[in-house]
Design a protein around this ligand. Structure first.
Ligand SMILES: NC(=O)c1ccc[n+]([C@@H]2O[C@H](COP(=O)([O-])OP(=O)(O)OC[C@H]3O[C@@H](n4cnc5c(N)ncnc54)[C@H](O)[C@@H]3O)[C@@H](O)[C@H]2O)c1
Length: 356
């Protein structure tokens, strides 16, 4: 949905009643945030895994629990659905929720193919509901500030953007058979490039290193030429050593995301490095780079970009409008880029993207 939805303005209770599906490593964060949101109620939670479901019901006893996604979306007491289930279920779950008349917040990636993403966009428009995709970096303070600066025009022309997102070696075992890195990690950077250049991709080139024992690339580099002349460079690999400074340290999730972003404008240059967090803690065992921008647990609740993103979604549902920060068309365009990069890497050819 791009403009105000046609859904009739219904009288709404003060709080938006949310149903959350997927209570794994990341969905737990959504549950915490929604439970603390003054404008929302974590009315229902859903997971096929009974242990995960029971754990969250214990933590949020006011919520109703469902093991079936279809039962969740059939709950007549819900205003919106937040989906943090695995990637391969995003299309099926979001489509079912939209067709049941719900507004949807869907974790990235939007879908596993461009065709599925297009279908979700069409379905949300047809149902006049909000569909917002979880590109959390748009809400992270440093990235948001950079966007604001670029939009003043002070960078001049955007000449190039270089983005790196390398991840812990220990995660490779799981991820390299789970999904292609362009959808798993670099999709964030493709979205940032669309947002920061305010342009669309025209051609892509890519190369990858395929492991013998896993399905997807263990290292990928891609070049993107945008219609406005900006150049994009993205790279990702799964070899960050275990002794590297930790910046992801939750009970279920430990490791390092070594991410960097450099924007070269004709007038100014910006550099951002995730591991340069202002708070560094060293011990005999490890050195930690403490994230306070993305989803820090502070004073008993989760703050930062993830909170701001979900609160933005809740506010959009309350006010029946689309977000001014998240952009559904960019999410679809990101998948178009991802698909082109995956094909270019597989074929070794330069791919021209059709005009949109
Ligand atoms: N925005 C970000 O920076 C970011 C970071 C991490 C994860 N994510 C995204 O969040 C999503 C979840 O990731 P995760 O790491 O929590 O995965 P996870 O595997 O830890 O959790 C997924 C949960 O979904 C449940 N599930 C599976 N099938 C289901 C079904 N049919 N109905 C209901 N529940 C079902 C699983 O039992 C599991 O508890 C993914 O899309 C991932 O890409 C986004």
């Amino acid at each position: 949905m791009n403009s105000s939805p046609a859904k009739p303005q219904q009288p709404r209770s003060k709080q938006i009643r949310i149903g959350l599906a997927g209570l794994g490593k990341f969905g737990c964060n959504h549950a915490e945030i929604l439970a603390h949101c003054p404008e929302a109620e974590l009315a229902a939670v859903c997971d096929t895994d009974t242990t995960a479901l029971e754990k969250q019901l214990e933590r949020h006893p006011q919520s109703r629990g469902y093991q079936s996604f279809n039962d969740l979306i059939a709950d007549p007491q819900l205003d919106a659905i937040v989906i943090a289930t695995p990637e391969h279920l995003h299309h099926e779950h979001a489509l079912a929720a939209i067709r049941a008349g719900h507004s949807v917040f869907l974790e990235k990636p939007m879908a596993s193919s461009l065709q599925d993403a297009e279908e979700l966009r069409q379905a949300s428009r047809a149902a006049s509901v909000i569909l917002q995709i979880g590109f959390v970096l748009r809400y992270e303070a440093s990235h948001a500030k950079l966007k604001q600066e670029i939009d003043t025009g002070s960078f001049g022309e955007i000449i190039s953007i270089r983005a790196k997102r390398n991840c812990s070696r220990q995660w490779a075992r799981f991820h390299l058979d789970y999904g292609h890195t362009i959808y798993e990690t670099l999709i964030h950077d493709l979205d940032l490039m669309l947002w920061l250049t305010n342009s669309q991709p025209e051609r892509v080139m890519a190369m990858e290193r395929k492991p013998k024992t896993y399905q997807y690339s263990e290292a990928l580099s891609a070049l993107i030429h945008f219609k406005n002349g900006s150049l994009g460079v993205v790279e990702s690999s799964w070899f960050v050593p275990e002794g590297s400074p930790l910046n992801v340290t939750t009970a279920t999730w430990q490791g390092t995301i070594d991410a960097e972003l450099e924007v070269v404008g004709s007038q100014r240059t910006a550099k951002l490095r995730l591991l340069d967090a202002p708070l560094q803690i060293w011990s005999e065992q490890a050195s930690q780079s403490i994230d306070v921008g993305l989803w820090p647990l502070l004073h008993g609740s989760i703050g930062g970009a993830l909170r701001d993103e979900l609160y933005d979604f809740v506010r959009c549902v309350r006010e029946q409008r689309t977000s001014t920060i998240a952009n559904l068309d960019d999410a679809v365009e990101g998948l178009r880029m991802a698909e082109a990069i995956q094909s270019a890497a597989a074929s070794g050819s330069v791919l021209k993207l059709p005009n949109q």
